[in-house]
Design a protein around this ligand. Structure first.
Ligand SMILES: C[S@@+](CC[C@H](N)C(=O)[O-])C[C@H]1O[C@@H](n2cnc3c(N)ncnc32)[C@H](O)[C@@H]1O
Length: 803
């Protein structure tokens, strides 16, 4: 603001107000380079000028306006907070999050628009049915389904949405963030010139006078007296604070480690040059109580990704073979509030690095103050991810410097921090800024200029730039990091971009609240084949496990889906008559703000039931396919059609072959909703899929209403792109260890033969005509002749399907 000639005294009160109005959502304020803030300041000025001229009534209105009320078309005032430039987006937040809950088949209504594959290219019969429903103003559902009357359910005046057009059933989609750019030579350009993604997360500060000055240039900052001031990393625990710095990548990389206990707690400490020095964050799995090492010895010293099955997900970045930076540990409280250890707050808040998922283009986000050394000597890059951020153990003294391309362009601005796991876990970067330029979000506390102008530390001699080596963030040969039985390579023949960073999971893992009961005692005699031996499929008599698939196994002896079974599954996906409507929809409940809307419908799918541990058969039983994991050769590649990354097969695949399952964090739909509200922009890095196939089984409790989110934690399925109608994969729910079907596996099978090198696709079930979808609808480039996103000039915007 200072750069705009706006005095800090003007900025402070407005910023305070904005923060309040935005619920401290810093991201929204900083968007478009603080345009909202600037506008609010100007608006404030204007109001001051206009105020005396207003009639008393107008003045009242004006005052309300200032307080956040807005006029609707009828001239009524609403108590919506004033949100300069962002009103429409924020208004859509609720919807946005609701859209976020779209299942791929979301399981369910995600498929309303699908029509069966056509032999001759004509629009299938069902599409006209769909069109009818789509054009009927959303009442189509009522033509075939009578919604039961429900107490407490209030239709907020909206048209009941046809399952064929409802947003919520759609697969969450997200826009890829802009591509990474190479480092840029310093230049004095206005901040506005910065592309979105270039807004740095690290804050570059001028040097702070401190006894520990020697370490200030060494990377992540340490918090002193409430301010992030001094570099934390690479300091030994010796008297005098002399920096002991790693002399190699390995040295630096091994310094940041986190360990987790099996009961959900995660302890993290800085291990520096053999000395455990600083505890990072320590949480238990219960109420977020801090467990703080009282000595170096107690401090856990390894940073690893820890997925507690009983609670939080904690993670560290292990990139390119190096443990880079610990991420964050959070409490297990509902709402995902950030709770920092009180007694060790200093230590705990010093290092926070979160990789973005999709939206962040996989960049490493560094939230504390980071000093860029004015004279980096012989720095060697440890990692450059997506060509945007470099983490370099670095100087002759070995400290870790973190640099972003933006750092060379402009003084750094505290940016938003796409989150990590638990998207609702990440602490917004803007919460911590350095001493002179810090921002405090605590109500009533001082707000100071948000920009760090003219930081001397920004002046980097360009001669150093060529020394920065770009390395891929993901292992080219295997981005599963060894998790799968097969390697999954990735390739990009077009740019230097790496696939986005995310934590590879072979199996879905509970984020926090989801109730996933895996208990042998819950598996009844009907749910397993305890008397079987060997390979059930070879037996002449179908066993108990086959009962759940209609008395026949779903698989052939060759391990493929039986033709009939597959056909049925595809048909279910394509036909809307398979919808059911919950009496008390958990999804609507999760998004309800007092007025419960009617269930929009879920797709009733056919399950595969696999044998499992309580069965008597062997591990190689033919009725255990999905649980064995990926077996075909796959590759992630940058698509040429502008769809971002995609997944393809490197070998011919027969029809009905299992490819992979959709893996992600298991969230309750409530948690997902909270996640979306908390990070409205994280649609970019969130790929939720509803696990709603059993919601017709009665009242589903909140903790049983689940979804999978592969935004930050997932497997290769997160790279599968959408294709309208004639995708070559179909997703089928699979029961393995949970007979109650609250949690199940969602497996992708080939819907036809697929040749080597073909891209693998599935139909997200998106309705591209639904513009009431704050989730960025991408422009579909599926190339299908049935593409629902094709521009047809004579088509009504309300009709999702062509006439
Ligand atoms: C689950 S991700 C798929 C992987 C993604 N392409 C990537 O680069 O990581 C979904 C996102 O991919 C892109 N996408 C998927 N299918 C697409 C299509 N048919 N046309 C254009 N973009 C597509 C959209 O940006 C969408 O939000």
């Amino acid at each position: 603001m200072a750069n705009l000639g706006i005095h800090v005294s003007k900025v402070k009160p407005v910023l305070k107000k904005l923060l309040k109005l935005y619920d401290k959502n810093w991201e929204l304020i900083e968007e478009e380079n603080y345009r909202a803030l600037a506008d609010a300041i100007f608006e404030e000025d204007e109001n001051k000028v206009l105020e005396p001229e207003l009639e008393p009534v107008q003045r009242k209105k004006s005052k309300r306006h200032d307080e956040g009320a807005i006029n609707d078309e009828d001239g009524h005032l609403h108590d919506e907070p004033l949100r300069p430039l962002k009103r429409s987006r924020l208004r859509g937040q609720e919807t946005q999050s609701s859209h976020a809950l779209t299942g791929p088949g979301s399981s369910s209504a995600a498929y309303p628009l699908k029509i069966p594959k056509l032999e001759d290219g004509t629009v299938p019969e069902s599409s006209s049915e769909l069109q009818r429903q789509g054009t009927s103003g959303g009442n189509a559902r009522n033509e075939t389904h009578q919604l039961p009357p429900r107490d407490g359910i209030v239709d907020k005046g909206k048209q009941p949405v046809s399952p064929q057009v409802t947003n919520r059933r759609r697969r969450i989609t997200s826009e890829r963030a802009s591509p990474a750019v190479p480092l840029i030579i310093p230049k004095d350009e206005p901040i506005d010139d910065l592309p979105d993604y270039a807004v740095p997360l690290a804050v570059i500060l001028p040097e702070q006078p401190s006894e520990r000055n020697s370490s200030m240039s060494n990377g992540a900052a340490e918090k002193q007296n409430g301010h992030d001031t001094v570099a934390l990393q690479c300091r030994d625990g010796e008297v005098g604070g002399k920096d002991l710095l790693p002399t190699s990548h390995e040295g630096a990389a091994s310094n940041n480690e986190i360990a987790s206990s099996g009961v959900g707690e995660v302890n993290a400490a800085e291990k520096q040059d053999g000395h455990d020095t600083v505890a990072l964050q320590c949480r238990d799995g219960e109420g977020g109580e801090d467990i703080i090492p009282s000595s170096h010895e107690e401090a856990a010293s390894n940073v690893e990704i820890a997925l507690s099955t009983v609670g939080e997900v904690n993670a560290a970045e292990k990139l390119y073979g190096h443990d880079i930076v610990p991420l964050q540990c959070r409490d297990g409280e509902v709402g995902g509030e950030d709770i920092l250890p009180s007694s060790h707050e200093e230590a705990a808040s010093n290092v926070e690095i979160a990789p973005s998922a999709m939206g962040g283009e996989g960049s490493v986000m560094i939230t504390p103050t980071v000093n860029v050394s004015t004279e980096p000597e012989e720095f060697e890059p440890l990692l450059v991810e997506g060509s945007k951020y470099s983490v370099m153990p670095c100087n002759s003294n070995g400290s870790i410097n973190v640099m972003s391309s933006a750092a060379f362009v402009t003084p750094q601005i505290p940016g938003s921090q796409p989150c990590l796991s638990g998207l609702d876990d990440a602490v917004p970067a803007s919460k911590k800024v350095g001493t002179n330029d810090f921002i405090e979000f605590d109500d009533g506390k001082e707000l100071v200029d948000v920009v760090c102008p003219n930081s001397p530390s920004l002046t980097l001699d360009p001669k150093h730039l060529p020394t920065i080596e770009i390395r891929p963030a993901q292992d080219v040969n295997d981005l599963t990091k060894g998790e799968e039985c097969v390697n999954v390579s990735w390739v990009n023949n077009t740019t230097k971009e790496s696939p986005p960073l995310f934590h590879y999971l072979r199996r879905s893992a509970v984020f926090r609240d989801a109730y996933v009961k895996i208990s042998l005692s819950c598996i009844g005699n009907d749910d397993c084949c305890s008397t079987c031996m060997g390979n059930c499929i070879l037996s002449s008599k179908p066993c108990f496990c086959a009962n759940k698939t209609g008395g026949e196994f779903a698989y052939t002896v060759q391990g493929l889906l039986k033709e009939e079974f597959l056909k049925e599954c595809i048909a279910i996906s394509h036909h809307p008559q398979h919808f059911f409507y919950c009496k008390d929809c958990p999804l609507e409940r999760s998004m309800s703000d007092g007025c419960l809307e009617p269930c929009k419908g879920h797709l009733k799918r056919k399950f595969i039931k696999e044998c499992w541990s309580k069965c008597g058969c062997g591990k190689h039983c033919g009725n255990r396919v999905v649980q064995r994991g990926i077996t075909c050769k796959l590759e992630v590649f940058l698509t040429s059609e502008g769809k971002g990354w995609g997944l393809r097969t490197l070998e011919d695949l027969p029809k009905g072959a299992f490819v992979c399952e959709f893996v992600g964090e298991i969230l309750t739909v409530q948690e997902l909703h909270e996640r979306k509200l908390k990070y409205p922009k994280t649609g970019k890095c969130s790929y939720p899929i509803l696990l709603d196939a059993n919601w017709d089984s009665g009242v589903v409790k909140d903790k049983e209403a689940l979804c999978l989110d592969a935004g930050s934690f997932g497997n290769v399925a997160r790279f599968i792109n959408h294709r309208c109608f004639d995708a070559n994969l179909v997703e089928i729910p699979v029961e393995v260890e949970c007979p109650d079907h609250h949690y199940y596996h969602l497996a992708f099978f080939t819907s036809r033969e697929i040749a080597a090198q073909e891209e693998l696709t599935w139909d997200y079930g998106i309705n591209f005509d639904d513009h009431d979808q704050p989730m960025e609808l991408f422009q579909c480039r599926c190339g299908s002749k049935f593409c629902r996103n094709m521009k047809r000039s004579n088509r009504s915007t309300r009709s999702p399907i062509a006439r």
